[in-house]
Design a protein around this ligand. Sequence first.
Ligand SMILES: CC(C)(COP(=O)(O)OP(=O)(O)OC[C@H]1O[C@@H](n2cnc3c(N)ncnc32)[C@H](O)[C@@H]1OP(=O)(O)O)[C@@H](O)C(=O)NCCC(=O)NCCS
Length: 229
Amino acid sequence: MASPAPGPAYRVVTPRLVIRCWQPVDAPLLKAAIDSSIEHLRPWMPWAENEPTDLDAKIALLRHWRGQFDLGQDFVYGIFSSDEAEVLGGTGLHTRLGPDAREIGYWVRSDRINQGIATETAAALTRVAFEIDRLDRVEIHCHADNVRSAAVPRKLGFTHEATLRRRKVAGKVRDTLVWTLLADEYAASTAARVPIAAFDVVGRCIFQDRLSLSVLEAGSDKSVGVSKS
Ligand SMILES: CC(C)(COP(=O)(O)OP(=O)(O)OC[C@H]1O[C@@H](n2cnc3c(N)ncnc32)[C@H](O)[C@@H]1OP(=O)(O)O)[C@@H](O)C(=O)NCCC(=O)NCCS
């Protein structure tokens, strides 16, 4: 019998990023990232219509996401710089596709776009989905006119499987592209070549591949079970 999956991965370290479960103490950094990027996010992220919101609203949101993460209901992550001094964006391994699949979403703050951050993030979470969570399918959905977003799954070896025509999202009618990568396509994909290390809630390494020992050691003494302060 196969051993149980070792996740969830609370912290994922890549060569340039830390992608980890949000904590309420991240609220000021999240607010700074969103406040600097509202006009950039608004055309594509329905929640940005309601921004800016205050710090208490951010704390409540991060408590909600952290609770969902701990209960295995949904997996919303922050994208941080390696030293975790800056929030570069947000991402998630969303469970809305059912038990065998995850949908990856992402946004990157406006002053850090076109540096490959979304691509590195989506590759890392694709690896988590297949290597740690042992799922069968990963999807990325984006509007047909969101060329920056569509470039990400294309670069990672996902297949453009469908265009859902004239879907209404947040009051706007648009065509939605569905990109998929299946478990048996993963090994040959670009996503599988991105180095990562992944850690559980108490900081134990649960996966490490192609990442140098120094990066691994930097990540291994941190857990997301307790506040850093
Ligand atoms: C979409 C988004 C996440 C991309 O983040 P990013 O970190 O800049 O993405 P990357 O740098 O990894 O890749 C972006 C790609 O788009 C390409 N690109 C940028 N502007 C482009 C344009 N006008 N036309 C075509 N391609 C473009 C870049 O060249 C890059 O591809 P390359 O690496 O092959 O050169 C970011 O722009 C964003 O946050 N947008 C607002 C929120 C959003 O749309 N989220 C996705 C919802 S589905």
